[in-house]
Design a protein around this ligand. Structure first.
Ligand code: HEC
Length: 148
């Protein structure tokens, strides 16, 4: 499809969605924002894994651990009610069990903060344990609230 054609299609679709209400747009924006946020999680976990595999330097785990903690603090805002529709793997159970979902995200945030503290102290044993604990909290939430 030619570029101009795509642009016209996008404009047409945009108008169609907008006329159905700004709501649909907001949901799609939220889904994109949270996926971008989870990609920050993924990239940062990769950086921390390298520190664990290389047995240091612990200082290299500070920034990625802090990035996860900061992103975790923003992620819940990208889960508006009803955003289990569309290009998403989020299960509707999230909104039926919001307190638990929120608790899982806060747990990940706390574990990332603890990991950053261990990394700042140069404690590789604690960095390794913290990496395992944080990874566990990712898995716990995915198992319950994310479709495969
Ligand atoms: C509180 C629950 C929760 C926690 C904690 C959590 N996730 Fe997720 N994650 C989800 C949900 C729900 C989705 C599906 C999002 C969607 O498709 O809209 C997801 C999606 C993802 C994705 C795919 C994003 C995309 O581009 O489609 C990655 C990667 C990811 N998570 C990594 C992680 C990592 C790494 C951690 C731990 C550091 C983590 N997540 C912690 C709930 C969580």
């Amino acid at each position: 499809m030619a570029m101009w054609h795509k642009a016209v299609m996008a404009a047409v679709l945009g108008v169609a969605v907008a006329s159905a209400g700004g709501y649909a747009y907001a949901q799609a924006d939220a889904i994109k924002a949270r996926k971008d946020g989870f990609q920050v999680f993924r990239t940062s976990m990769g950086a921390i894994k390298k520190v664990v595999d290389d047995n240091g330097p612990a200082s290299a785990a500070v920034a990625p651990a802090e990035a996860i903690a900061a992103q975790a603090a923003k992620q819940l805002a990208h889960f508006p009610a009803g955003s289990d529709k569309g290009e998403t793997k989020a299960k509707p159970e999230i909104w039926a069990n919001w307190a638990q979902f929120e608790g899982f995200m806060k747990d990940a945030e706390a574990k990332a903060t603890a990991l950053a503290t261990a990394a700042k102290a140069g404690n590789m044993d604690a960095v390794k344990a913290g990496f395992g604990a944080l990874g566990g909290s990712c898995g716990t939430c995915h198992k319950q609230f994310r479709n495969d």
